[in-house]
Structures are given as C-alpha cells and as structure tokens.
Design a binder for this molecule. Sequence first.
Ligand SMILES: Cc1cn([C@H]2C[C@H](O)[C@@H](COP(=O)(O)OP(=O)(O)OP(=O)(O)O)O2)c(=O)[nH]c1=O
Length: 185
Amino acid sequence: MGSGDAPLILASGSPRRRALLEALGYRLKVVVPNVAEDLDLAPQELARALALRKGRSVEGRFVVAADTVVDLDGTALGKPRDPEENLDFLRRLSGREHQVHTGLYLRGEGEVLEVHTARVRFRRLSEEEMRWYVQSGEGLDKAGGYGAQGLGMALLEGIEGDFYTVVGLPVSRVFALLWAWGFRP
Ligand SMILES: Cc1cn([C@H]2C[C@H](O)[C@@H](COP(=O)(O)OP(=O)(O)OP(=O)(O)O)O2)c(=O)[nH]c1=O
C-alpha cells in the first residue's frame, strides 16, 4: 500500500508539516482539524493530548497529526496572540534554553501516540533584534513565536535533538512507522 492507492491523510493545517511530508514524496490529503486547544495541562501532556485530538477528529486509514508546544521551564508557549505577545515570548526565551515537544499521532495498523522532545538554546538577543524579528511576522503562527527553519535561525545558538521535531513533525519517525506498515511514498 502507498500513494498508488490511498493518500496519506494529514490532519493539520500547518504548511510546514505539509511541506516536510511532500518533500518525502507522499501524496497527501490535508484535512484541517477543528479542535479546542484550551487544555490546562503540562506542556508535554498538552502536545500529546492535542495530537490525539487532532488525529481522532479525522476519518481514514493512514492518518498523521501533530502538535508542537514550546516549554520554558514548565510553562507552555503556544502561538502568540499578537506582535506584542510575540515580543514578550522572545524576551523570555532570550539567552536561555527551552524544550520543544511535538506530540505525534499516527493511525494505520493501529494507533501510535508519542511525544518527541528537542532542546533549543537562544542567543542573548538585543531589544532591536527582537523587534526586527517580530516585525517580520514570521513568529505569529508558530509555537513559541519563532521558526527555527526561517529567519528564526538567526536567533538560535544551538539545537540538541531532532531539528524536525522543533519545526513541527519528527518526519524520520513518521517515515519509519509508515514504512513498517507497508505504506511507502
Ligand atoms: C518552534 C517552531 C514551531 N513551528 C510551527 C509548527 C506548527 O505549525 C506550529 C505550532 O502550532 P500547532 O498547533 O502544533 O500546529 P498548527 O496550528 O500550525 O496546525 P494544526 O493545529 O492544524 O496541526 O509552530 C515552526 O514552524 N518552527 C519552529 O521552530
């Protein structure tokens, strides 16, 4: 089974997740999940619960869903509401290390639910640098208010762990699970 038969259903409106799976050659059907994200949980549990909610909200055989949460010492930073909150997030992340949790839900031969975690360290940023970044608008639709794959690369000192987990989808793990189920690009 593979793209010759049914498409892989991506239960996510994230253009990053879509681009990563398309880069691997999967034929996708995108279904944007409409789930409440207002859960009061610790960051890692939040990523897990939301990935499950998104994946379960969509029908079909081969389904992938994910949720990414930035975890600053136990506080979950989601997507900033506006540029002011984006600036606030960057001030808090500046000069420090945080974790990025990506909950992964996969359905095929059964269901898989995991949380993948990477560590990201930010440089100490000047107020001018942070304002420059916020005015780009790039961080507004991203957990923690930055994108490691875009202009945000200029803010980082280092990443420990899987880069793609930071960007929103541990693609190598997705590929391996689908491959084991006989679902190939
Ligand atoms: C930290 C980080 C997050 N992100 C993105 C990935 C996700 O799209 C987004 C986190 O929000 P999510 O709620 O995980 O996903 P989403 O709202 O974009 O899409 P959907 O709910 O439909 O699945 O942040 C980056 O692109 N780069 C980064 O470096």
